[in-house]
Write a protein that binds this ligand. Structure first.
Ligand code: PLP
Length: 389
């Protein structure tokens, strides 16, 4: 009972030992990357190395990487009407997003609310390409250029969006395309060129780096979103403020580790999830697997025990030693109704009971065994309470 099982990598992943070592090394070295002395140059070298590693994770040119404080800031930086390519302004007049985006995108940021269009998704959580076409036509007809932002993989369900197709259609209308790959990077192969997108957001703490670092990556290093913080012109004028060198160093190492083991890890982690899902389905047919028959991340399971509130399930599992998460609780710790499941048309009774298990680099067979043990301990009581309610 003392050993805990952590199946909440989509909220945050445990820090990889090699990333921790890089963080500590960078903490011990003094130096501001903008300083010209030896210490400053050493800090710059650490950041350049990390920049190349993060760029490699998404198949980009290192000059296209702008370090931020995380995925939220990367999304915020991307969601602006004011772009430049080199010195040429490239204004976007409208924002088109999917209904299942993370709140970091759904808020629209520097776009006025009346210029944000939200695309519906189907019952499996995939964005409607017909609605995208219609939205693009509408904006083109009004003489407006759009920025399209559709996530690569969903944080609650793991559903993977057809981003290459989204980008192809959007580019036919001259739009810019951003994808939030915070959950996808390091879990499935992400190539900015193969996807055909202009901008990608990534975050360190989802892949075994530490919180406090992320990046917005541009396919064209000359593309410049108007900075959120202009400050001292760091990151080639795209994000002011002294960089978080230790977190960036750890981010680079985590990106390198995740990239190096990507293929084998996808297979290993998908097998762990498959073993847990099939054992749960077999032992507890009352559990509903919310998305199974769709392209999804290898690490994510979204389940529901209808009639048992998600927070009750998560607390019961927590007491039994298993860290899971409820709804879209990864941000605030409070359980809000999931806008993702609502957009998919999942009935309220099932959606209110939805919880998520997410594997990652530190997960192993023993986690599946312990997770099953936790379900075996909590399910009889939860089912009795449900029957009595
Ligand atoms: N985008 C997605 C899809 C996420 O899942 C998250 C975090 O849960 C974010 C953005 C925000 O990233 P960060 O926590 O690094 O700000």
């Amino acid at each position: 009972m003392n050993e805990r099982t952590y199946l909440d990598h989509n909220a945050t992943a445990p820090v990889r030992p090699e990333a921790r070592a890089a963080l500590l090394d960078a903490l011990d070295a003094t130096g501001n990357g903008s300083s010209v002395h030896g210490e400053g140059r050493a800090a710059r070298l650490v950041m350049d190395t990390a920049r190349a590693r993060v760029a490699a994770l998404v198949g980009a040119d290192p000059r296209g990487v702008v370090f931020t404080s995380g995925g939220t800031e990367a999304d915020t930086l991307a969601l602006t009407p004011d772009y430049q390519r080199g010195v040429v302004p490239e204004r976007c007049d409208a924002l088109i997003v999917s209904a299942v985006e993370h709140a970091a995108v759904l808020r629209g940021h520097r776009f006025p609310a009346e210029r944000v269009e939200v695309l519906p998704v189907d019952s499996r959580g995939r964005v409607s390409l017909a609605a995208l076409d219609a939205a693009l036509e509408l904006q083109s007809a009004a003489g407006r250029r759009a920025l399209v932002s559709v996530m690569l993989a969903n944080n609650e369900t793991g559903v993977i969006q057809p981003i290459a197709e989204v980008a192809r259609r959007a580019h036919e209308h001259g739009a810019l395309v951003h994808t939030d790959a915070v959950q996808a990077a390091g879990r499935i192969s992400v190539s900015i060129r193969d996807l055909g997108v202009d901008l990608v957001s990534v975050s360190a703490h989802k892949i075994g780096g530490v919180p406090g670092a992320g990046a917005l990556v541009m396919a064209d290093p000359d593309l410049r979103p108007a900075p959120v913080f202009a400050g001292g012109g760091q990151e080639r004028g795209r994000r002011g403020g002294t960089e978080n060198v230790p977190a960036i160093a750890a981010f680079g190492v985590a990106a390198q580790s995740a990239g190096a083991s990507l293929e084998s890890e996808q297979i290993r982690i998908a097998a762990l999830r498959e073993r847990l899902e099939s054992a749960l389905r077999c032992e507890f047919p009352e559990l509903v697997l919310l998305v199974g028959d769709v392209d999804r991340l290898p690490n994510t399971s979204c389940l529901s025990l209808p009639g048992v509130p998600a927070e009750t399930m998560v607390i019961a599992l927590d007491l039994a030693g298993l860290a899971a998460s409820a709804g879209s609780a990864c941000s605030s710790g409070k359980v809000a109704a999931s806008h993702v499941l609502a957009a998919m048309g999942v009935p309220g009774r099932i959606a209110r009971s939805a919880f998520r298990l997410s594997f990652g680099w530190s997960s192993g067979e023993e986690d599946v065994n312990r997770a099953l043990g936790a379900f075996r301990r909590v399910m009889p009581g939860l089912l009795r309470r449900r029957a009595a309610a």
